[in-house]
Design a protein around this ligand. Structure first.
Ligand code: NDP
Length: 600
């Protein structure tokens, strides 16, 4: 069947409508494209460094470390915590956890804004629930519950013992003679570590829009990931009484903005929501966990739910959909971003055609929901997203759209101007209109970096003084994404030459399990080095090259955002194409059959 041949669709979108929709999407995308792409943003550093300061934990002076540990884990978010837990289970005694924050939690340490929740079901998102002996209280957990769970994991696996918080690793240098890493930090530490695990995250550094005059603004201002409760009052569940009587601007309507805005609207005298691209906002349907259900759970329940969710959202088959939410019901549409198994009984063209129709139907449903909730038709129109479902991170809320029915809330569309035009000492300007405000809150997201290594902020020098970035100059070279030849006993967590999924914590759990198993085996055999051969790296690079998902065309047609490099997608996607389920199986087989190939 050709992609344009008629096919009965049980929905009002007819194939004839497709061209009009495609054209509408293109127009909206072009309206949003900016020539400066990803360079439009400013780092929360230097003169804007105060936006990134830790408002939660006081900085404490301490002695510099000059000792030796068995393992260093860089990053205290879920990736680091899971690595620490799995290394502990592998029998590693001295584990030094290092993080720039003042405690564990990673993204859940930094993000404490009102309304914060995880949008993946807590039973599959919060890892090691059975190990810690906890059942989440809500289907979609509030941020503080997740942060407390991070702390509980750290305690359960005794990871607090040798932590270096408020510390950034500044270099890793391999010492061949002693077979260990020399580690330096921005706190004057210079110590040695046999193993190093890098799990420094992908969306960690807050970013600011490069709005002309942003430095001139004299009112109060902060980024959502460093929420200033001293100014706003209240807490993560709302009650922001400090904003009573104030004119408030919020910039950004991504996953964070959607959760924050209803709380700001409740407290502010006037709230201006500066929107550039609307999010798709689907039903949330959060609810407390049924205690009877929690009491009925049998050992192994979390693994079963996690596997079931991962299988379904990556396009695989499961007898039953245990989670049954808006992620699992839109699994087919997620294939464009994150691959999984696909129906090979039909041609690629037919598949794309069916996917596109399903996509249009879903986005139509999202747009209809806006009409049904938002009373002013002009405002409803501005809130409608015109792009394909996975072009931007889908969002979920049962409160956000309702906020625009409040008389104290004004939606300001900045799309025609590429965002906010400029800032003055007293407010925000869009086009020729100035909005005077007491406070500007930036819900403008984070810099995208695949660990500090690729962003260049963490120099790694391997055997014979070779820099890791030099080794990767013509593309990443690893085995399974974890380790590289010439850089022994060093492990990376992340999606590079590895896997990704909407529940990334599941991927991190598999990665940490793998690293723990390899280290355990190395210690059992008394191996000095964990390191792949050059040939193994070449083989894996070839596998990635042959299987990497090709979503370049899809991404090119998407509205700009961090998913597609602000309109400039990468031609090559360095991920294992058959998807995470197949990848995890591949790792299990490799551990059973080939683990000795990386041990010396
Ligand atoms: P995003 O990058 O998704 O959103 C940033 C927002 O700021 C966008 O709406 C963007 O508009 C807007 N913006 C940027 N520059 C300007 C400008 N010059 N003028 C006007 N608007 C501007 O950041 P978030 O913090 O919302 O989310 C980041 C990620 O964090 C999510 O994608 C998700 O992965 C994660 N997250 C997850 C949650 C969860 O529940 N699991 C909850 C919250 C966040 P535009 O779209 O046009 O660029």
């Amino acid at each position: 069947m050709s992609p344009t041949s008629p096919r009965p669709f049980p929905h009002r979108i007819k194939p004839a409508d497709l061209d009009a929709l495609r054209e509408r999407y293109k127009v909206e995308r072009d309206r949003r494209i900016r020539p400066d792409g990803a360079t439009q943003y400013r780092r929360a550093a230097g003169e804007f460094g105060y936006y990134a300061k830790d408002p939660y934990t006081p900085f404490q002076e301490r002695e510099a470390k000059t000792d030796r540990v068995e393992a260093t884990v860089i990053g205290g978010g879920f990736g680091g915590l899971l690595s620490g837990a799995k290394l502990r289970q592998a029998g590693v005694q001295q584990i030094r956890m290092v993080d720039e924050g003042g405690d564990f939690g990673g993204t859940w340490y930094w993000n404490r804004y009102p309304g914060i929740h995880c949008d993946i079901e807590a039973t599959v998102y919060m890892p090691l629930l059975e190990e810690v002996g906890y059942v989440p209280k809500w289907r979609y957990a509030p941020g503080e519950e997740i942060r407390q769970h991070c702390i509980a994991i750290a305690k359960r696996f005794d990871l607090y013992a040798d932590t270096l918080f408020h510390t950034r690793i500044t270099s890793l240098t391999w010492d061949e003679e002693n077979a260990e890493w020399q580690v330096t930090t921005d706190r004057g530490d210079s110590y040695r570590s046999r193993y190093v695990v890098i799990s420094s995250g992908t969306l960690t550094q807050p970013k600011l829009p490069g709005i002309p005059g942003i430095e001139d603004y004299r009112g109060h201002t902060f980024h959502t990931s460093r929420w200033d409760y001293e100014y706003t009052g209240g807490d993560q569940s709302g009650g922001l009484t400090g904003l009573n009587g104030k004119k408030v601007a919020v910039v950004g309507t991504g996953a964070t903005g959607i959760q924050v805005i209803p709380h700001l609207a409740e407290a502010a005298e006037r709230l201006y929501v500066f929107q550039r691209t609307p999010s798709s906002v689907d039903v949330r349907d959060n609810r407390p966990t049924d205690p009877e259900w929690a009491a009925s759970l049998r050992p192994g329940w979390q693994r079963e739910r996690m596997e079931n969710f991962l299988t379904i959202v990556t396009g695989g088959y499961a007898d039953e959909d245990l989670i049954d939410d808006r992620w699992t019901s839109t699994a087919k549409l997620q294939r464009q971003m994150l691959t999984g198994s696909v129906d090979t009984n039909i041609s690629a063209e037919e598949r794309e055609y069916l996917d596109e129709m399903a996509d249009f139907r879903k986005m139509d449903e999202i747009r209809e929901r806006i009409d049904a909730i938002v009373e002013d038709p002009a405002v409803a129109e501005v809130l409608k997203p015109w792009y394909r479902y996975m072009c931007k991170r889908p969002t979920f809320s049962d409160f956000y759209l309702q906020t625009f029915n409040r008389p104290n809330v004004t939606l300001v569309d900045t799309a025609d101007h590429g965002g906010i035009t400029r800032m003055t000492p007293t407010g925000v300007v869009v086009g020729d209109t100035e909005y005077e405000v007491d406070v500007v809150i930036f819900a403008t997201g984070f810099e995208v970096g695949i660990s500090g290594v690729l962003s260049g902020t963490l120099p790694v020098t391997g055997r014979d003084g070779a820099p890791l970035l030099g080794h990767w100059a013509r593309g990443p070279r690893t085995l399974h994404g974890f380790y590289s030849h010439g850089f022994p006993n060093l492990f990376h967590l992340g999606s590079l030459q590895n896997a990704a999924a909407v529940n990334f914590v599941h991927v991190l759990l598999e990665q940490a399990t793998h690293i723990g198993a390899v280290v355990a085996e190395a210690n059992k055999r008394g191996a000095r080095y964990i390191e792949p051969t050059s040939e193994a790296e070449d083989g894996w690079a070839a596998t990635i090259f042959q299987t990497a998902p090709n979503n370049f065309n899809f991404q090119s047609e998407c509205t700009p955002g961090y998913y597609n490099g602000e309109g400039n997608p990468r031609p090559v996607n360095f991920m294992y194409g058959p998807g995470p389920v197949a990848f995890h199986e591949l790792l299990r087989t490799w551990r059973a059959e080939s683990i000795d190939t990386v041990l010396r």
